[in-house]
Design a protein around this ligand. Structure first.
Ligand SMILES: Nc1ncnc2c1ncn2[C@@H]1O[C@H](COP(=O)(O)OP(=O)(O)OP(=O)(O)O)[C@@H](O)[C@H]1O
Length: 226
């Protein structure tokens, strides 16, 4: 049996008096799309932030490809995040001063890929996300659905091993939301990326292979989808 790509083991995390995680565990296999569901305030985003090495759990461990994130220095953890993870959030993740093409090219530029090559790959991803026509526009000049597809392109352009998506369709109508989910999960499956998807919408979770429910900071598996 191959080792899971990402494992959260009995995570606990408090913010002051608020207990956000109280024994959350999760495993994600390579290429698997896992939906993390639950009501508002149940701890979904905190779990995602712990898995991505953005928030440190008070206790419990997160292992990525067998490496304990808690044992890495801050520099090592950010290097790992840049190399292996992609992120899509609900709003505001695009840089407003850059064009959509430059936004998608940015993670490659930060990895010292030359401008021409970075923009060539960015253009391919915009095309794949069916949003090539906004390449020269700034994020403020595109629709919400187009902006999210640009954000998905930016998350995938570095070919991450895991895409973390926190309510990626939360600000979209259902038609645009479904389009973003179809393109996100389709592209992730093609590139072999796993997806950890936080959502409270069953229709969005239906794009996953497996659903996990968080309640009062604890996880439980709901079902294995067919
Ligand atoms: N940085 C923080 N500072 C203080 N409290 C926080 C912080 N982050 C989360 N919390 C609290 O921890 C609990 C879990 O929050 P979390 O954002 O993980 O829930 P969620 O399930 O993602 O909620 P939602 O669906 O509303 O986004 C909540 O009570 C929240 O108020």
């Amino acid at each position: 049996m191959t080792a899971p790509l990402l494992v959260a083991d009995d995570l606990h995390r408090c913010f002051g008096p608020t207990r956000a995680l109280a024994g959350a565990s999760l495993r994600v296999d390579r290429g698997e799309v896992v939906a993390v569901m639950g009501s508002s305030g149940s701890g979904k985003s905190t779990l995602l932030h712990c898995l991505a090495g953005i928030v440190r759990p008070d206790s419990g461990r997160v292992l990525f490809a067998g490496r304990d994130l808690g044992a890495l220095s801050d520099t090592e953890r950010s290097a790992l995040r840049r190399a292996a993870f992609g992120f899509v959030f609900q709003f505001g993740q695009l840089v407003p001063e850059l064009t959509c093409l430059e936004n998608v090219a940015l993670p490659l530029r930060l990895d010292r890929v030359g401008r021409r090559e970075a923009e060539r790959r960015a253009a391919e991803w915009l095309d794949r996300l069916e949003v090539a026509e906004v390449a020269g526009k700034r994020p403020g000049e595109v629709s919400g659905g187009q902006g999210q597809r640009v954000a998905v392109a930016r998350a995938l352009v570095t070919r991450p091993q895991v895409v973390f998506a926190d309510e990626p369709t939360g600000a979209l109508d259902s038609l645009n939301g479904e389009r973003v989910m179809r393109l996100l999960t389709g592209a992730a499956r093609e590139t072999g990326a796993a997806v950890v998807l936080v959502t409270h919408e069953a229709r969005v979770a239906a794009y996953s292979d497996r659903e996990v429910v968080v309640r009062d900071g604890r996880t439980r598996d709901l079902e294995i989808a067919a």
